[in-house]
Design a protein around this ligand. Structure first.
Ligand code: SF4
Ligand code: SF4
Length: 370
């Protein structure tokens, strides 16, 4: 009868902090001969060869990459350049007169404003030590310990366009990623700026300038749970989102943390991302104890290796996930049923395979980008 029963999937709590210097983007940027390079590989000699293979590959958005497309790569590069321009705005001077406002009034306004500006979802949590990286891994502050500065964290998601995502791993995926890093980054910068103008310290955490692990903050802010592919899975868009965060001392009301057992139960039987990943980076089995928390541990080196060969950020896992289907009446009805019935979840997996294929081929990009 276990076919019909929901498997209990306990909530996973990180017991330590992640060092941003260990993530692939930070390691990839280490320059041979630099003091950062020597210091990092003195601590992690086992990573030097594999990391060098990434640096030797054509690289993200580079002309020798297998999925190179001059227009799409130039467009994505231009958008990432624009995100870089936001880095100077993530923090700034705080107005010296603090406005008197209730937590309820400010939280309601901020959420409504960000949704009106284009966010898909917004949630608030207390900032916990485990949300923060232990050390900065990028930029001029590389190597500095991260001290949690603020009391609250507001997480927001923005939707990745379905048509651009479904041709992953071709160029549209990286154009769309860059666009959503820019949109989410601009929203976070605006919200942080507004709070500082009202007299409250606030910092935006955006692509290239994170001090927090966004999916963990978003989960505790009630926006979704973390699925098999290691990404935030939202109830309406699954992993088809990008996230930004604002940390602040402004008075805010917190939301209930997410623990979507039905979604985690669906992930246990689905495994579609694992079957489709070109590098077998996503485990097909159950969650394991990784760095003190039960979770699916993706092979980030295998994943990043594909990115550097293809030149895009791949996104095949995101594109085939049944939760990534369009946010419409049909798919929302299916999401509603599978959230409530273990039997429906078991039936939904083969049904999705039947309609879309177990390992669906990428769709053609929109005609204007071909
Ligand atoms: S593809 Fe399936 S297993 Fe992978 S994250 Fe989506 S629902 Fe979970
Ligand atoms: S982005 Fe691509 S390579 Fe990386 S885990 Fe997803 S499917 Fe695999």
């Amino acid at each position: 009868m276990s076919f019909f029963r929901r498997k209990h999937v306990p909530r996973s709590e990180p017991r330590g902090r992640i060092d941003e210097r260990d993530i692939m983007f930070s390691r990839w940027r280490l320059e041979p001969g630099s003091s950062r390079y020597r210091e990092y590989y003195a601590r992690h000699p086992e990573r030097e060869n594999i990391d060098q293979s990434f640096r030797d590959a054509p690289g993200l958005l580079k002309s020798g990459a297998s999925l190179y497309h001059p227009l799409m790569f130039a467009a994505a590069d231009a958008t990432f350049d624009t995100v870089d321009q936001l880095h100077a705005l993530v923090d700034g001077p705080v107005h010296d007169r603090q406005q008197d406002i209730s937590a309820e009034e400010l939280s309601t306004f901020l959420k409504g404003w960000l949704l009106q500006l284009g966010a898909h979802s917004v949630g608030i949590t207390l900032l916990r030590d485990e949300h923060c990286y232990s050390h900065v891994g990028r930029g001029e502050r590389y190597g500095e310990p991260v001290t949690p500065q603020h009391r609250f964290a507001l997480a927001l998601t923005v939707e990745m366009d379905h048509e651009m995502v479904r041709s992953a791993p071709a160029g549209p995926i990286v154009m769309e990623s860059s666009r959503e890093y820019l949109r989410s980054g601009a929203l976070a910068v605006q919200a942080a700026q507004m709070l500082r103008r009202m007299g409250w310290p606030a910092r935006a955490h955006i692509d290239g300038r994170y001090e927090v692990v966004c999916p963990l903050v978003a989960r505790d802010a009630g926006l979704g749970d973390i699925g098999r592919m290691g990404l935030l899975m939202t109830p309406r868009l699954g992993p088809r989102v990008r996230i930004a965060v604002v940390t602040t001392d402004a008075p805010l009301l917190t939301d209930s943390p997410s623990h979507d057992e039905a979604m985690l139960d669906f992930c246990l039987s689905c495994r579609k991302c694992s079957a489709t990943c070109p590098t077998e980076a996503i485990p097909p089995g159950d969650r394991i104890d990784a760095e003190g928390a039960a979770r699916w541990q993706i092979d980030s080196e295998a994943c990043f290796s594909f990115w550097n060969q293809s030149g895009t950020d791949c996104g095949r896992c995101m594109s085939v996930c049944p939760y990534s289907h369009q946010n419409n009446l049909l798919h929302n009805s299916v999401r509603w049923i599978i959230a409530r019935s273990a039997l429906a979840r078991r039936l939904a997996v083969p049904l999705d395979d039947l309609i879309y294929g177990r390992t669906p081929a990428p769709k053609d990009p929109p005609t204007w980008v071909r």
